[in-house]
Design a protein around this ligand. Sequence first.
Ligand SMILES: Cc1cc2nc3c(=O)[nH]c(=O)nc-3n(C[C@H](O)[C@H](O)[C@H](O)COP(=O)(O)O)c2cc1C
Length: 203
Amino acid sequence: MSADIVNTPSYNIKNALVIYASPRSNGATRAMLNAFLSGIPGNVSVKTVDVYALNPSPCVACNRCETDFSDKPLCAYNDLDEFFEDFERSGLVIIATPAYNASFPAPLKALFDRFQRYYSAYFALGRIQPLKSHRNAVLLVSAGHDGKYALEVMTHQCESSFSVMNTTLTGCVLAADTDLHEISDSVISEATALAQKVSKEVF
Ligand SMILES: Cc1cc2nc3c(=O)[nH]c(=O)nc-3n(C[C@H](O)[C@H](O)[C@H](O)COP(=O)(O)O)c2cc1C
């Protein structure tokens, strides 16, 4: 089941948020991200959140987010308050991540579990949509091997979470076999082209 998109235009939100989920600052994931960012217009403000540095507390299923909603979701932790404000302000969210065990690295999985507040607001508290403006999202995945199944799993996780977050996953790029060779020029071009296409839609 998915929530309706709140029909507030996002084209005037010139903020992009990068969720960077590799522990390596200069590996394959960074190369893909750099290629993507080279296609973003210069007047867009881009903020990068390093998820390993952010180190989100895992959701502990306390169900506090199911109990009430005033102006924002309730949560046992406040470590992601600034992150959620940045998320809300962004017209485009870029998730750049390696594949770990056919899924997200642990800190990014913890972040996704903390999106539970939106699920609770929508399904437990009566169709509340805390995210008033719509945003698009893209997924950039680097994988040491084939990576197709990992991309499928991650895409499913994004679509499931985003269905109650006024957020639409609009594109993805996979850089496969990064443990065997450098990212190909065609993947670099694909990432840049996706940024140009999505930017036209969003900004
Ligand atoms: C803990 C761990 C688990 C991994 N699991 C997978 C996997 O399931 N599938 C895969 O294709 N590559 C896997 N890899 C390889 C990484 O996805 C690959 O090296 C990636 O490009 C690393 O990105 P980086 O250079 O930005 O760190 C794994 C690597 C690590 C360290």
